[in-house]
Design a protein around this ligand. Structure first.
Ligand code: 13P
Ligand code: SF4
Length: 391
């Protein structure tokens, strides 16, 4: 992975303005650099520079041809995206879809991506398990991962010979950053012989010291299938606690949490029930156990989508990331989606502009240390194999 730039640099237009307003800052360039935040399109490139290159390289006008060729897509998202915004998105979608073919690229997008990505440019959408499984079948030479960094790393592990791009490598995850490979080795030393089941929301280095990975859709099954009565399940304490309630095995966990789901409380669910009587409330298993105990269904993002499509509740609250209900609203007529969600700031680092930039410049490439690929890949492949047996 390339390291993220600091995000601070001088910007000529803004610099002049600051100097006029606060001439004392002219004394030290260093102070100015610390004061002015330049917006970046990804971890490396200033947004204004990238926009100038994109404007020179692509026709980004909302022409009648663009309007016509994106009309089907707009039909799916029109309840979520006003026409005025569509005029900005449609040309980007048109150019991304064209460039994708030219560059022999496929776009894998997580269920938490915005509707304009999910419906507009993604070739494959799904939860973490589905995206990992689909990554093993990809025929194109280039994978653009619209999701967070650990997802792109998983695609790279499964396709070491292909080019894997992430539109912004700063798209992290609070779970992935909560634990290191050294932490896992220390746990192994503390609980000798206990198998390590690691949530895919971790770095490749952590996966490399793991026995088998899991996702929220197969966690219980994987825990029940590994050898022994004691299992180390890391790094999500809540997924581990929610799994522990359904297995006889002793679960040892780590103090990691998803910053998006850990903030939901049982009191929030009680408030939602009072505010929206007769609605169903469903939640992701990264929520604390008292939240899961209070809801009508819990499952991975794909399981939540399937539940809504099958049960077709008249009203539903999806206690998870906000794009989930936006993405499936057009596929589930007759279901009223009520708000009770949080935004994942990491998922939202990916947008149409940086997807186009990523394909145009072939950045940012996701690289994994070749020394750890075999062990990390084996942990993911074991999970995929064990999930197939569970079908
Ligand atoms: P899913 O595997 O359920 O899609 O979850 C991924 C994730 O990051 C949820 O926060
Ligand atoms: Fe990570 Fe939570 Fe964002 Fe998922 S929603 S990517 S677990 S921070």
């Amino acid at each position: 992975m390339r390291h993220a730039a600091t995000g601070f640099a001088a910007n000529s237009g803004a610099t002049k303005l600051i100097l006029v307003l606060f001439p004392q800052f002219a004394r030290t360039g260093a102070a100015l650099k610390g004061l002015i935040m330049v917006q970046l399109i990804n971890a490396m490139t200033p947004l204004d520079e990238a926009r100038a290159v994109l404007a020179d390289s692509f026709d980004l006008k909302f022409s009648s041809a663009v309007k016509k060729s994106t009309a089907d897509i707009y039909d799916r998202v029109k309840d979520k995206i006003p026409e005025i915004e569509w005029a900005f998105y449609a040309p980007l979608i048109f150019q991304i879809n064209r460039l994708k073919k030219k560059k022999d690229a496929v776009i894998l997008a997580h269920n938490y991506q915005t509707p304009q990505i999910f419906h507009g440019v993604a070739d494959i959408v799904g939860d973490s398990l589905q995206l990992a499984v689909e990554a093993t079948k990809v025929e194109q030479q280039v994978i653009v991962q619209c999701g967070v960094h650990f997802m792109a790393e998983t695609s790279k592990l499964l396709n070491p010979e292909k080019t894997v791009l992430i539109p912004d490598s700063r798209a992290g995850c609070s779970l992935a950053s909560s634990i290191t490979a050294e932490d896992v080795l220390a746990m192994r030393a503390q609980y000798p012989g206990a198998p390590v089941v690691t949530y895919v929301n971790t770095s490749a280095a952590v996966k490399a010291v793991t026995d088998v990975c899991c996702t929220s859709s197969n966690a219980l099954d994987i825990v029940n299938r590994v050898e022994g009565d004691e299992v180390i399940m890391i790094p999500d304490q809540y997924l581990a606690q929610n799994t522990a309630k359904h297995t006889k095995k002793k679960i040892i966990t780590w103090a990691g949490a998803c910053e998006v789901h850990e903030t939901f409380t049982a009191a929030d669910i009680a408030e939602l029930r009072a505010a929206y009587p007769n609605s169903k409330i469903i939640a992701h298993p990264e929520c604390p156990p008292e939240v899961i105990d209070a809801v009508d269904f819990s499952g991975s993002t794909a399981a939540m989508i399937n539940w809504v499509k099958t049960e077709k509740p008249a009203k539903v609250v999806m206690v998870t990331e906000c794009s989930m209900s936006d993405n499936i609203a057009s596929e589930t007529t007759g279901v009223d989606f009520l708000r009770g969600c949080n935004i994942c700031p990491h998922m939202k680092r990916i947008n149409l502009e940086n997807v186009l930039w990523s394909l145009h410049t072939m950045t940012e490439e996701v690289l994994v240390d070749p020394a750890i690929i075999p062990a990390a890949r084996a942990a993911v492949e074991r999970m995929i194999e064990m999930s197939k047996k569970g079908d």
